[in-house]
Write a protein that binds this ligand. Structure first.
Ligand code: GLC
Length: 582
């Protein structure tokens, strides 16, 4: 979709000459089959959403019981983080069996019932597929360690360097810190080859030059598509294929420079195969890529060619400063990219890997300069002003919900939850915490169980008792006492609550923006204010990222606002949707 007023763009926009298939497309939206172009998708971290059986861990039964919350919120689809059998070294991104649910979450029949019940409520279901690596407890890897040659050929085992093979085969680093290689011990107890893991040692990388790996993953997709699943979020979609010979990276930073471990051209063959499979279903199934290639503006559009993945997360809002100009640049860049590929932008304000936005915006150093995930490590040096952070987080969604494309909502953001920063070290199971020597607290603080109701933990997250009548276990991560005021029940009837704001925004989005066209920026009375209009609707979205109040257009009728608007004045750190002349 082309954005007429999407300039200026401070960074180079994607170059369509990179590949003939990346060319401007005029895409005719088809509300039914093309639902994924404008959907609102709710991300569920299963273990933290709702607990059905009282073990303190969220599960499919809990999600099924709370589907009404999602329907009332007004989302179109649910994306469930990995629910497969897993040792949970990386919260389920270490999959031991792609065709079974982890027993903590339920049985296959529970999954099938969830899909049925979600569909009955008009909600689509997306799962999370992890194709770059398995768990070290996967049957393939266990067989590989036991010496099965065919199984070894599905992973990246290599002899070490040095006289006795005591050095890793190359210099690559794990995304979770430390070397990306671990040495094995042979069945007779001798030091053996090394295997590659771009993440934790318990997540060995698959060898995508092996055809068996392709066939197996296609079969996994079929398994779930045949059960009615509507699509997948694809974990590290710029991973999978490595440069032949696994050459040294020679100090290149995978996030900003070409790196032999990432973003290889051959990975696109995988996405073409996957897309062909998804298109063979009726209705066609869809994909959203988690991909963060270096040289994003040039490389990301390649993943979104019409015969590859449908959408990719737009991650820039996770890092951008709370300032009008940088936000406007992010929107312009992303829409320019969308204009090249025809894929809609998929906006995210937060997810399970980053600090929650209420906390990001609550510290001046982050709000002014922007953040990245490693700055999590610097959290203690300024006490967060959470009231300010929440206020800005509410204004931010007023902006993103009005943009063309898809909107992702991460569990608990509709309640305005903050990052829980004081979790005890013993409960910080994220490998990032241990592998950084405790200098990075890891990602657990955004994955604390939701508060549903009541005045004290577990705030309705778990039922009072287990099926055998014994008392339920406490939630797997402790909830702050202050969350009593943020529970879904506490916010339900309060028109000024964050939950009410999200419900109203999503209802209005359906009413006014579902069929709306491209956006254009509107002139505003202050450089701290962003305002936009969409073709085909009288709705305008106004967001004040500064501290000083500004006047809304004369005669504007306020449909929804993140903070009280009086006498046509939009306060600082607030946003509103208004009807002008409509
Ligand atoms: C993705 C996931 C993250 C996980 C990693 C390894 O980045 O979002 O949570 O740790 O992949 O699978």
């Amino acid at each position: 979709m082309r954005e007429p007023n999407a300039s200026p763009t401070p960074e180079p926009v994607p170059d369509p000459s990179l590949d003939a298939a990346v060319a401007p497309l005029e895409v005719a939206p088809d509300a039914g089959r093309e639902w994924w172009r404008t959907a609102v998708v709710y991300q569920v971290v299963l273990r933290s959403f709702a607990d059905g059986d009282g073990d303190g861990v969220g599960d499919v039964a809990g999600l099924r019981a709370r589907l009404g919350h999602l329907a009332a919120l007004g989302v179109d689809a649910v994306w469930v983080n990995p629910w497969y059998a897993s040792p949970m070294v990386d919260a389920g991104y270490d999959v031991a069996d792609y065709r079974a649910l982890d027993p903590r979450y339920g049985e296959l029949e529970d999954a099938e019932a969830l899909v049925r019940e979600a569909h009955a409520l008009g909600l689509r279901v997306l799962l999370d597929v992890v194709p770059n690596h398995t768990s070290d407890q996967h049957a393939w890897f266990r067989a590989a360690l036991a010496g099965d040659g065919a199984a070894r050929a599905r992973y990246l085992f290599r002899p070490g360097r040095g006289e006795h093979g005591e050095l890793p085969p190359n210099d690559w680093e794990s995304c979770f810190r430390g070397p990306a290689w671990t040495r094995t011990t042979t069945p007779d107890g001798e030091p053996g080859d090394w295997y590659l893991h771009l993440f934790a040692p318990e997540q060995p990388d698959l060898d995508w030059s092996n055809r068996e790996v392709h066939e197996e993953m296609l079969d996994v997709l079929r398994f779930w598509f045949d059960r009615g699943v509507d699509g997948f979020r694809v974990d590290v979609a710029h991973g999978l294929v490595k440069a032949p010979g696994l050459p040294d990276a020679e100090g290149r930073d995978r996030r900003t420079e070409e790196h032999p471990g990432w973003d290889q051209d051959e990975v696109h063959d995988v996405w073409r195969e996957w897309r062909a499979l998804a298109d063979s279903y009726d209705p066609p199934r869809v994909f959203v890529a988690e991909a963060w290639p270096a040289r994003r503006a040039e490389r990301l559009p390649l993943y979104l060619r019409p015969d590859e993945l449908h959408t990719a997360f737009e991650f820039e809002p996770l890092h951008v400063a709370w300032r009008a100009r940088p936000w406007r640049d992010v929107v312009d860049r992303s829409l320019a990219m969308a204009g090249l590929t025809g894929a809609p932008c998929a906006w995210v304000l937060t997810n399970h890997d980053v600090v929650r936005q209420a906390t990001r915006y609550a510290r001046s150093q982050w709000a002014e300069k922007g953040t990245n995930e490693t700055e999590r490590a610097r959290w203690p040096d300024e006490v967060p002003d959470l009231a300010l952070g929440r206020r800005r987080a509410r204004a931010a969604v007023v902006l993103t919900a009005s943009l063309p494309g898809v909107l992702y909502v991460y569990l608990g953001e509709e309640l305005g939850l903050e990052e829980v920063e004081d979790l005890p070290a013993a409960l910080r199971t994220d490998p990032i915490f241990a592998r950084s020597g405790g200098t990075d607290p890891g990602r657990e603080g955004s994955r604390v169980p939701l508060p549903w109701s009541g005045d004290a933990p577990p705030f309705g997250f778990s039922p009072p008792t287990r099926p055998d009548g014994s008392p339920s276990a406490p939630p797997h991560l402790p909830q702050p006492a202050g969350w009593a005021a943020l529970s879904a029940q506490a916010q339900d009837g309060d028109p000024s609550s964050t939950l009410s704001l999200y419900r109203r925004l999503l209802a209005l989005r359906r009413e006014h923006l579902a069929g709306a066209g491209p956006m254009r920026w509107l002139p505003t009375p202050s450089p701290d204010v962003l305002a936009l209009a969409r073709e085909g609707t009288a709705l305008q979205s106004w967001v004040n990222l500064g501290a000083d109040p500004v006047a809304l257009p004369a005669g504007a009728r306020v449909l929804v606002a993140s903070a009280p608007v009086e006498d046509g004045v939009l306060p600082g750190d607030a946003g509103a949707w208004v009807l002008v002349g409509g």
